[in-house]
Design a protein around this ligand. Structure first.
Ligand code: ADP
Ligand code: GLC
Length: 498
């Protein structure tokens, strides 16, 4: 790989299992579009590599065939295509797509089938993503474009650094970003041979993880640098309980860990121009926000009442997101009085419980069980306060979308939530400060409810509430600063690789 790289010709391959708007199950999809777009604005030549799920193939126009991979003995034949992904009409990001009908051409989600069961061949599906990532990042690549850094995201691309470790030729430096340490990509020991990795890699100093293999552990062990998506989470994962068994490895590599807060796409999430909400507004015209509240109450069958505090949440319905404590407080919350709207899907028991709650209290609690980009924008614009009682949260995006939409969030003080929301102390009732939401420390229904109560007290004081809304809306959540931090990491990796 050439030396003396200037910022301008820095080449990065960004390997990801999802990218918005083609395919998204959570924040990784958003980050995989917005971060590469921000890096391209900084003149980094970043290109995305993604599996060719049906929605990826149908969502991209003008695909070009670049190479065939018909001789990878462990994997079915595949073709590498290229296209351009337009991100918010201003930047387009080149994308490489792995077209492998045997592994990706099927109905369902990227990780699971239509009944939410993990695909039984996920090991191979993301083994192939990693394998091709490693080929493109080495001198075995059939392409003329050679990245100097390969940026891996979550367990699905965790084998890239492992494959690169066993490649004897020239190769890119690797960065492994942890978006969520709870998802570790664990497969039986026999997978090592199936994936074409040498048997001696099945070792504590390698891909082995408590008797199985873990794609994430492999990535964290073999990569050149580790990052995660907030400074607080970078600390939290180096010890129990949030290290999820990886704390030992992570604390031995702590000199190589960076915590970089995610940004948001400030064009797509902008209440002043958002085409997905009935009435656009700015911090100077916050009364217009009320029209969105009315539209949301009508759409969800809630009582139309401009005065009642309306809370909302948009979430994967999971233990991580604190759905259990939200379910516990919901009957109390509506007695305040207040209303609640929930948009989410995930664990069946939570889906059923939220649906039942809304049937029991149809004018006070509304639940839409499913995934809806459009409704997610209407909720951010229409609710008064956003609830995010996540047990842990590597970064979290909705608390930032909320602040940008003048919707103060009520969040558990953990990870990225702690790093992006400033608590409104009671003192703010008399002075301005820079508070933008509400934080609670103990992960209990009681503490959560007390904090919601605090939010309602603030809501009842229109002056205080406006200040909170404006403070949140004035914050800079754009990717610019964080994209510069990623570029600095890439450059430092190059320097140490030379
Ligand atoms: P995570 O990635 O852990 O799910 P984040 O807060 O980082 O959490 O990102 C979640 C993203 O997915 C946000 O853009 C959020 O609006 C979106 N999202 C989650 N669930 C839904 C849903 N049911 N419908 C629409 N968007 C959703
Ligand atoms: C993960 C995390 C979330 C983070 C997102 C994007 O899904 O759970 O906190 O915002 O990745 O990095």
């Amino acid at each position: 790989m050439p030396s003396n790289t200037s910022r301008r010709d820095l080449r990065v391959l960004f390997v990801t299992p999802e990218v918005h708007p083609l395919i998204k199950t959570g924040g990784l999809g958003d980050v995989s579009a917005a971060l590469p777009a921000a890096l391209r604005s900084l003149r980094v030549d970043v290109r995305i590599l993604i599996p060719g799920y049906p929605k990826v193939l149908s969502g991209l126009k003008y695909k070009r065939k670049l190479a065939n991979f018909s001789t990878l003995s462990q994997y079915p034949p595949s073709t590498l295509l290229s296209a351009k992904l337009p991100v918010n009409n201003s930047v387009s990001v080149p994308v490489f797509i792995i077209d492998c009908p045997g592994l990706y051409q099927r109905d369902g989600g990227p990780y699971s089938d239509t009944s939410a069961q993990d695909w039984p061949d996920n090991g191979l599906r993301f083994g192939l993503l990693s394998k091709i990532g490693a080929i493109l990042a080495s001198d075995a690549s059939p392409l003329a474009w050679h990245p100097q850094v390969v940026h891996c995201n979550d367990w699905q691309s965790g084998l890239v650094p492992a494959y690169l470790n066993y490649h004897s030729g020239k190769k890119a430096a690797s960065l492994m970003t942890i978006h969520n340490l709870a998802f570790q990509g664990i497969f039986p020991p026999g997978s090592v041979a199936q994936l074409g990795l040498p048997s001696d890699s099945f070792n504590m100093h390698g891909v082995e993880y408590y008797g199985n293999m873990s794609y994430l552990k492999a990535g964290l062990y073999y990569c050149d640098h580790i990052s995660t998506v907030s400074p607080s989470y970078a600390e939290e994962i180096q010890s129990e309980p949030l290290g999820f068994g990886m704390q030992g490895l992570l604390s031995t590599r702590k000199e190589n860990i960076s915590g970089i807060i995610n940004g948001i796409d400030t064009t797509e999430w902008d209440p002043a121009i958002d085409p997905l909400i009935p009435r656009t507004y700015t911090s100077k015209r916050l009364t217009t926000k009320d029209a969105n509240k009315k539209a949301l109450q009508l759409a969800m069958g809630l009582n139309v009442d401009p005065e009642i505090p309306l809370f909302g949440t948009i979430s994967r319905l999971s233990h991580q997101k604190g759905c259990d404590i939200l379910l516990q407080v919901a009957p109390e919350l509506i007695k305040l009085p207040a209303q609640l709207v929930v948009l989410g899907n995930g664990m069946t028991e939570y889906e059923v419980e939220f649906a039942n709650l809304s049937k029991t209290h149809p004018t006070k609690i509304a639940a839409y069980i499913g995934f809806s980009e459009k409704l997610s924008h209407l909720i951010e614009a229409g609710v008064d306060g956003f609830l995010m009682p996540s047990r842990f949260e590597p970064c979290g995006l909705n608390q930032m979308y909320s602040q940008r939409y003048g919707t103060p969030p009520v969040v558990h003080a953990t990870g990225g939530l702690l790093d992006t929301v400033v608590d409104c102390p009671s003192a703010l009732l008399t002075n301005d400060g820079n508070a933008s939401g509400f934080l609670f420390k103990d992960m209990t229904a009681d503490e959560f409810m007390k904090t919601i109560q605090r939010a309602v007290t603030a809501y009842d004081n229109k002056k205080v509430w406006r200040r909170l809304q404006k403070n949140g809306m004035a914050k800079d959540f754009s990717w610019r600063t964080s994209a510069v931090s990623y570029r600095e990491i890439y450059l430092s990796l190059l320097a140490s690789n030379e």
